[in-house]
Design a protein around this ligand. Structure first.
Ligand code: CA
Length: 379
């Protein structure tokens, strides 16, 4: 089998109600998709090829891939990585372009062999992945009714935990928001906060200390993603777990954060870290250092499927006999904010039951891309 073509698609879906994260507001959801075609008619889908990453796919990856055997995932990963590494662009968009193509190659390998990606990875430790709801972003006029209704909706839907933003409002208002959320959901549901790198270390410590009375399970990206010393400072001063890593590419960017235990929880992102191939490498490294791995997921069904397959083989941390989600078992982010792409690109969008999402069992990623929806969502 040979790779014959690589196409990218820029998808965009407007939001009815714009929402804010810790660093800005968005009025549409966007996703960059890659489709890798072969001479046997099998196609593979990947995600992470948005904006400049699409240019990297076409200009850097495609010349290295056309005519190659797509089954050689490790060889092609190395070939692509070498091109990026030697130009010092394996970080940022280069890493996302690599991720997109790598994911598509795993999809092809699964379809060619009749095996799911998790089976190709060696099988599954678990058939369903515990998830938490990501939502509770900022919206105009949300507080308190709409925000608290959203939170209690997640409790009623059966989620064991949920995550909200901090860092987008003046600190006193963010703290009030967290306090009201905890009151609304009661003491039994996990609550996490995410600053999207909004703070410096002393400000993150100040906020963390003031919300700690509301039983915050983890504080995500409290400081700049590259600020290793800042992470260590925050981690030393706060009682809750400190998490991060969604913006890092490859094991080489992760290594110091893991070796110095800057995270209690690492959150590699399959469309940033270097695809399924590298996600697994980083997850194994983290596990060896006693760091929990909870995959970061915020995208289309392609990314969700890829993350579920990898999460199926992430060992508990530590490798205890009777692991509990949020304690030793990995838990996956499950974005619940509105997205026409997440809900529209496949016939049956992923859903959770009792706080778990089932790992797909079909060949490859195990999803069927609706090409009419792809055309409709194309930018
Ligand atoms: Ca995050």
């Amino acid at each position: 089998m040979k790779i014959t073509g690589i196409e990218t698609y820029s998808l965009s879906s407007p939001l009815e109600r714009p929402f804010g994260w810790s660093q800005g507001w968005i009025d549409r959801r966007t996703v960059g998709i890659v489709k890798v075609s072969t001479d046997e008619g099998i196609v593979g889908w990947g995600e992470g090829a948005g904006g400049p990453a699409a240019a990297a796919v076409h200009d850097v990856m495609a010349p290295a891939l056309i005519g190659q055997d797509p089954m050689n995932r490790v060889g092609l990963w190395q070939k692509m990585f070498a091109r990026l590494y030697n130009a010092n662009v394996a970080v940022g968009f280069g890493g996302s372009a690599l991720s997109a193509v790598d994911t598509a190659l795993w999809d092809i390998a699964g379809k060619a062999t009749g095996l799911s990606v998790s089976e190709l990875l060696g099988g599954r430790i678990r058939d369903r992945i515990a998830v938490y709801a990501t939502g509770l972003y900022y919206t105009e006029g949300e507080f308190p009714t709409r925000l608290l209704d959203e939170a209690t909706g997640y409790v009623e839907a059966g989620f064991m935990g949920m995550k909200t933003k901090v860092g987008g409002l003046p600190m006193d208002q963010d703290i009030k928001r967290v306090a009201e959320l905890r009151k609304a959901i009661g003491p039994d549901v996990k609550l996490m906060i995410d600053a999207n790198q909004a703070y410096n270390a002393p400000s993150a410590i100040r906020l963390g200390q003031r919300v700690s009375e509301h039983d915050i399970l983890w504080f995500e990206e409290p400081v700049n993603a590259q600020d290793l010393e800042g992470y260590l400072q925050v981690k030393a001063e706060l009682p809750m777990a400190i998490s991060g890593g969604e913006n890092l590419r490859t094991r080489y960017e992760f290594k110091d954060f893991l070796a110095r235990r800057a995270y209690d929880i690492a959150q590699p992102d399959v469309i940033n870290v270097g695809g399924i191939t590298e996600m697994r490498n980083v997850a194994a490294m983290a596990n060896a250092f006693g760091i929990q791995v909870n995959p970061h997921v915020w995208g289309s069904p392609i990314m969700i499927a890829a993350s579920l397959h990898v999460a199926a083989s992430i060992p508990p941390c530590p490798p205890s006999g009777d692991p509990e989600p949020f304690v030793q078992e990995p838990v996956m982010e499950f974005d619940r904010t509105p997205s026409g792409i997440r809900e529209g690109l496949v016939e049956e969008p992923f859903d959770q039951i009792d706080g778990y999402v089932a790992v797909p069992t079909g060949p490859g990623l195990g999803i069927e891309i609706d090409e009419r929806a792809l055309a409709r969502l194309a930018d």
